[in-house]
Design a binder for this molecule. Structure first.
Ligand code: ZN
Length: 426
């Protein structure tokens, strides 16, 4: 891709209404565009990052036997009336069709998936199973915040598992718990912790939130050296003493980037889902559900990784692996050379961006920091005279001291592929 065709218009200044550093960078870097209060367009650049996060999630969910599916975004109100959440959940967006039927824009899919499961699951032999989807959700939030951190519309991975016994649910819950840590690690997130949480609108008894500890977070967490962790909802605000060991609790801020619930029979009971057990009796399955805010993970990566100049993606989440920058010279040699290198890498299957615009070097470097390809190749008159390309790295998970700072201008493809592989290691 050529940088001028990226469909972004960087603002180079303060972004009106942006409340956190990450929000400013996401707008300034052209990753998101606010279409309405709490609803963002993901630009080609932002969508590219989100797709990469989605693929990490897919791989890890498939690895724990999850099966991807897709349920409707809009749903008739009947299923929601069946469980009572049509009236009890206050952030559901509701509307009427022209013929007067009630609809909801689903903020979550327990009702929809249970309706599906009750019609296809007849026997204990079909369990356990887990289905998940990656889809747009809508919540009628009263307030929005910090770009993609709290929005009305967002992309979410929501998974639902069905089990014969509580013991089997707990076994699967642990697998999912571990998979979440793998996902966050692959996304490059560092300060992730899990806290026990209240189950709220979801129901059930046991639930965990995954929180990125970050001063920009809107949640308050209480953490103790002994390992006790809880969120504000769970822990009484006036108690600052650890219920486990009696020491003073540390108060930190967190961005919630995932949650998992042991739902029990709340939905399968109220929606009358049964199956035939091995002993021939009719039984009710036990459910778990597993959410990750996909677009929020992108925002969280920016909040945690960014320096003053832009986000720092890792090789798995970066929109481009390599950016080739041609610095304009008097003889007119550098820009064609940069384009040649770009074309070669593109043919070799490398995700590569080209900047041969007629801008000052400083502007090109500033843009490169915002787009943040881990490998940056600079073609200048000075380097060309020595048959070299200059290499710079923008990573924070890898010590680059021993990586090359120059490449042979006539023989670079294999080295670049090796560098991409090397930087992909975690
Ligand atoms: Zn303690």
């Amino acid at each position: 891709m050529k940088i001028e065709n990226l469909c972004v218009d960087r603002l180079y200044g303060d972004v009106a209404g942006a409340t956190t550093r990450g929000h400013k960078i996401a707008v300034k870097g052209g990753y998101i565009y606010q279409t309405f209060q709490g609803g963002y367009t993901l630009t080609p650049l932002g969508w590219s990052v989100v797709r990469k996060i989605e693929n990490i999630i897919r791989e890890e969910m498939n690895a724990i036997d999850g099966q991807e599916m897709l349920m409707p975004v809009v749903c008739g109100a009947d299923l929601w009336k069946e469980t009572g959440r049509y009236d009890s959940m206050d952030n559901i967006a509701k509307f009427k069709s022209r013929s007067g039927a009630d609809y909801v824009i689903c903020p979550t899919h327990e009702e929809v998936v249970t309706d599906y499961a009750r019609s296809v699951i007849k026997s204990y032999r079909q369990m356990p199973f887990m289905v998940y989807q990656i889809q747009t959700k809508f919540r009628d939030e009263l307030r929005v915040r910090a770009g993609l951190i709290r929005t009305r519309e967002f992309i979410m991975k929501d998974g639902y598992s069905f089990h014969e016994t509580q013991e089997d649910l707990e076994k699967y819950y642990k697998r999912c718990f571990d998979a979440y840590y793998k996902i966050y690690k692959r996304c490059g997130l560092k300060n992730v912790t899990d806290v026990m949480s209240a189950t709220g609108d979801m129901g059930g008894k046991i639930a965990h939130e995954f929180q990125l500890i970050n001063e920009m977070g809107e949640d308050t967490l209480y953490i103790c050296d002994c390992g006790f962790r809880a969120n504000k909802e769970l822990e009484e605000t006036d108690s600052t003493v650890c219920p486990k060991c009696g020491k003073t609790l540390n108060k930190v801020r967190g961005i919630e980037i995932g949650n998992i619930f042991q739902l029990g029979k709340k939905y399968t009971d109220s929606m009358h889902m049964t199956y035939t057990a091995e002993d021939g009796t009719e039984k009710t399955p036990i459910m778990g559900c597993y959410g990750i805010g996909v677009s929020r993970v992108m925002a969280a990566i920016i909040e945690e990784s960014a320096d003053d100049n832009g986000p720092i993606w890792n090789m798995e989440t970066a929109p481009f692996a390599v950016e080739v920058i041609g610095l304009t010279d008097k003889e007119g040699k550098t820009l064609p050379k940069a384009e040649e290198i770009y074309n070669n890498l593109k043919s070799a299957g490398v995700e590569v961006l080209l900047d041969t615009r007629d801008n000052r070097a400083g502007e090109k470097f500033a843009d490169a920091d915002l787009i943040s390809a881990p490998i940056r190749l600079i073609v200048s008159a000075k380097n060309m005279a020595q048959n070299q390309i200059e290499v710079k790295y923008r990573v924070n998970n890898y010590d680059t001291t021993n990586l090359p700072n120059t490449l042979d201008i006539n023989n670079y493809s294999d080295t670049i592929k090796d560098l991409i592989n090397e930087l992909s290691k975690h």
